[in-house]
Design a binder for this molecule. Structure first.
Ligand code: FMN
Length: 213
């Protein structure tokens, strides 16, 4: 551990290493307090944005009918993704698919759906501008998920409903010039003992100074 680290690395590293996609271990029966959500969103607002633009908006959906509507859109939009036989895959990928199917089927029951949004559209923009737009909301959304985890709640980053983004916008009254970037199903987790995931050695994905094969 570096000397003089300003944080307790045992705690912060565990938070960063164990904030998993939670789908099967979401507590569907325990209500989530609005104040907890606002605390997590307040922390998310500390994330960086391009030119300090802060064009973020968060749609927090708790109404059961609206959650059912979003879950239907998610199911429709993911039909191709889940359609057909599961491709041959390693154990981790098979578990992810199984867990993703579970979330698709239970999404309407997850007590809170949070949709991070950003003012503006990336449609047809050059990469520099598209990166600026998405980069001004994705760090905040991940901060939100970390803040949830540190309070005993969990979520899973999902994007499948975006195949029906327009329909979701109509359902929730989101203006045309606003981009939805994800749908985060939020609940307390059943237990908090999540583990780091298996990942390849970092040396395989890092290039110092120049790209090398
Ligand atoms: C851009 C992005 C889109 C994703 N979309 C979905 C999704 O629509 N549905 C889902 O169940 N999981 C989705 N995931 C979650 C991934 O499946 C998950 O992050 C991955 O399997 C690794 O698991 P972990 O987050 O527990 O490490 C998405 C993740 C990312 C980063």
């Amino acid at each position: 551990m570096p000397t003089g680290a300003p944080f307790d690395l045992a705690v912060t590293d565990r938070l960063l290493a164990t904030t998993r996609s939670v789908r099967k271990r979401l507590d569907l029966d325990r209500p989530v307090e609005r104040e907890v959500l606002l605390d997590c969103l307040r922390l998310a607002q500390q994330a960086p944005t391009g030119s300090n633009s802060q064009g973020w908006r968060w749609i927090v959906v708790t109404d059961p009918q609206l959650r059912t509507g979003l879950a239907e859109l998610y199911r429709e939009a993911s039909a191709d993704y889940f359609g057909g036989a599961a491709p041959a895959a390693d154990g981790q990928t098979r578990r992810v698919r199984d867990s993703a199917v579970h979330l698709r089927d239970e999404l309407h029951r997850v007590p809170v759906h949070v949709i991070p949004c950003i003012r503006g559209r990336a449609d047809g923009l050059p990469n520099a501008q598209a990166a600026g737009l998405y980069g001004s909301i994705l760090p905040a959304a991940w901060s939100f998920m970390l803040a949830l985890r540190s309070r005993g709640l969990g979520s899973a980053w999902t994007t499948l409903h975006l195949g029906r983004e327009k329909e979701a916008a109509a359902l929730l009254g989101i203006p045309d010039d606003v981009t939805q970037v994800a749908l985060l199903p939020v609940a307390y987790t059943l237990g908090t003992d999540f583990k780091p995931a298996a990942r390849p050695p970092v040396e395989e994905i890092v290039h110092f100074d120049r790209w090398s094969d």
